[in-house]
Design a protein around this ligand. Structure first.
Ligand code: PLP
Length: 400
């Protein structure tokens, strides 16, 4: 059977793999040998699921959004990852990886972060497990996500601003990899998305797959069938989308629609729509679609949303895009802002700017009125209030 899951060499079609410096070879190899036996062990699952339930607050609700459904002519359900402890889906992955790190005898944690959600999630689990934590964050993101920086510091993490490149997520990831290269034996690098060398994309997708496992049960209960007609999510590196689609990826009854960050528009240089304008290349250890010049220099990405401001997309999604399994749409800053205010005014839910990119695809869709649509609200908007209020006069309130 045709599958969109990982193959035995760590690839999704032509994407993925592990392109790493020699010094990390042993570390990555050890992880590759150990991640599945550990995360599939009963003992791991017990601790992981207990924490997801009692600490994170899972299962996250699958909420029928009636006013949005009426507006878009479908049955729209929102998967409420915004209600998780720390405010986004990132915690599902951080908990899983720190449990893995402990079992592999690691004593120090590093992470990269864009919007700060992964940094906060990782700082949180490090406090919980009493592990030292260093988070690399682009200096621009330190500025635009100030509240999350304060949260990480209060949690006891060391936040390292990164001044290279355009001072965002890619640059933070470079620095984290540099640190990892210097400390491969005692340090576990908790990557926050389905990016990086194999086995990270698969590992992160599995740790986030609790999202689609819950959707199956919740749809069965609410709709009498365990699959939707559409799954929709935003894509930065791809982890919330990977979790949303994991158990449906080979089920062609389910259409997959992914929103990447268009920034000021894919026809402008200010964009982060790496699947649409990128070409295959190697970034952060994996063969993916990368925004690059013909001679392989990374083009600096741009998005209003720090969590999507990355010049690549994980290999899972690149393959879904390339094979046509998923429909990918670029969503511009202004469309995301409008969608954020719309959800806020129609349903009383202030979404993260990243999640607003998923919501902003709704007006571009043509649904039938019985279509069951599940859209993942990956995080809450508290961290984005300054940005939202700065743009409040650009919103078309009549259109809501
Ligand atoms: C980090 C983040 C994203 C983007 O990351 P993915 O790995 O693509 O999910 C999306 N939404 C929120 C709220 C985030 O914090």
């Amino acid at each position: 059977m045709k599958t969109y899951q990982i193959d035995s060499n760590g690839y999704y079609g032509e994407f993925g793999g592990a392109y790493i410096p020699e010094i990390l070879y042993k570390t990555v190899e050890t992880l590759k040998e150990n991640y599945l036996p550990i995360i599939e062990s009963e003992e791991f699952k017990k601790e992981y699921h207990a924490l997801l339930r009692d600490y994170v607050g899972r299962p996250s609700p699958l909420y029928y959004a009636s006013r949005m459904s009426a507006k878009y002519g479908c049955k729209l359900y929102l998967k409420r990852e915004d209600l998780n402890h720390t405010g986004a889906h990132k915690i599902n992955n951080s908990i899983g990886q720190i449990l893995l790190a402990k079992r592999m005898g690691k004593t120090r944690i590093i992470a990269e972060t864009g919007a700060g959600q992964h940094g906060v999630a990782t700082a949180t689990v490090c406090a919980l497990m009493n592990m030292p934590c260093r988070v690399y964050m682009g200096a621009l993101d330190v500025e635009r996500q100030a509240v999350n920086v304060e949260r990480m510091r209060m949690l006891g993490a060391e936040v390292m601003p990164v001044y290279s490149g355009n001072k965002t997520l890619k640059d933070a990831t470079n620095e984290a990899i540099r640190d990892w290269c210097c400390n491969p034996s005692d340090t576990f690098y908790i990557i926050g998305s389905t990016v990086g060398p194999h086995p990270y994309p698969d590992m992160v997708a599995r740790l986030q797959s609790v999202i689609s496992a819950e959707i199956k049960e919740q749809l069965q209960e609410k709709e009498g069938r365990d699959y939707p007609d559409y799954l929709m999510a935003c894509v930065g590196g791809g982890s919330n989308a990977a979790g949303t689609i994991y158990h449906y990826i080979d089920d062609e009854r389910v259409k997959i629609v992914l929103g990447e960050a268009g920034g000021m528009g894919i026809e402008t240089p200010q964009t982060a729509a790496s699947m649409e304008i990128g070409t295959p290349g190697i970034l952060h250890g994996s063969r993916i679609m990368v925004m690059q010049t013909p001679d392989g220099q990374i083009i600096e990405p741009y998005s209003i949303s720090a969590g999507l401001d990355y010049p690549g997309t994980g290999p899972i999604h690149c393959n879904l895009y390339k094979t046509g399994r998923a429909q990918v749409m670029a969503v511009n800053d202004n469309e995301a802002l409008q969608a954020a205010f719309e959800l806020t005014r129609l349903e009383g839910i202030i979404p993260a700017l990243e999640s607003s990119h998923a919501l902003a695809m709704l007006p571009k869709m043509k649904f039938k009125k019985d279509d069951v649509v599940v859209l993942t609200v990956s995080g809450r908007g508290d961290k984005d209030l300054t940005t939202y209020l700065k743009h409040k006069d650009e919103i078309d309130y009549e259109a809501i």
